[in-house]
Design a protein around this ligand. Structure first.
Ligand code: FES
Ligand code: FES
Length: 202
């Protein structure tokens, strides 16, 4: 990891008290620093330079233009920023970008295999498990981690795994069903959807 210095911000003009000038110069010294990391992003080597205070979420969205990872609470409470780091789901709003150095990061942009959607992406679409879709990248990646670890999760296990992800519009039943259907398809099994999933509640 390298620390490099970017362009200088203009010094304060005369007329400010020395303390203000000193603080301004100190802050601009810190702000103009850029850190440079190399890591594996969605299966490919990536290099990026960014201000060292940035979170992984900010680096992905602002410096790598990967806006599939969504920006929610920034407090670790909604799960919408979840990505996989070395195969484990993490909240990218709580991880500094510099911590990604040398690691494997997977964002939603890396979930499909070329033009082939991941089975979870298909079942989310088939079952209407996304409405606005804002929460979906986080749900999908956390569910992917779950199915890798446990190919036959029970409903309570799915609920527990996804308990850190909030959906503001779909509700959770369709999301749980989409994970169950994807798990069944990945195991090569038939799975019959509950009648209410197809026809709604009477
Ligand atoms: S934006 Fe990271 S948990 Fe909400
Ligand atoms: S589908 Fe809109 S927040 Fe979940």
């Amino acid at each position: 990891m390298l620390i490099t210095v970017a362009d200088q911000s203009p010094p304060l003009q005369s007329g400010y008290c020395p303390g203000v000038v000193q603080r301004h110069n100190l802050i601009s010294e810190v702000m103009k620093q850029k850190t440079h990391i190399t890591f594996n992003l969605n299966g490919e080597k990536a290099e990026v330079a960014f201000a060292p205070h940035k979170t992984l979420l900010e680096v992905l969205r602002e410096d790598l233009n990967l806006t599939g990872t969504k920006h929610g609470c920034e407090l670790g409470e909604c799960g919408t920023c979840a990505v996989l780091v070395d195969g484990r789901s993490i909240l990218s709003c709580l991880m500094l970008g510099v911590e990604a150095e040398g690691r494997e990061v997977k964002s939603i942009e890396g979930m499909a295999e070329g033009a082939e959607l991941h089975p979870l992406q298909k079942t989310f679409a088939d079952l209407g498990a996304a409405q606005c879709g804002y929460c979906s990248p986080g749900f999908l990646l956390v569910a992917e981690e779950l199915l890798k670890r446990n190919p036959s999760p029970t409903r309570p296990e799915i609920q527990e795994a996804l308990s850190g992800n909030l959906c503001r519009c779909t509700g959770y039943i369709k999301i749980y069903e989409a994970v169950e259907l994807a798990a069944a398809r990945m195991r090569g099994e038939e799975y019959e959807l509950p009648r209410e999933s197809v026809y709604g509640y009477e």
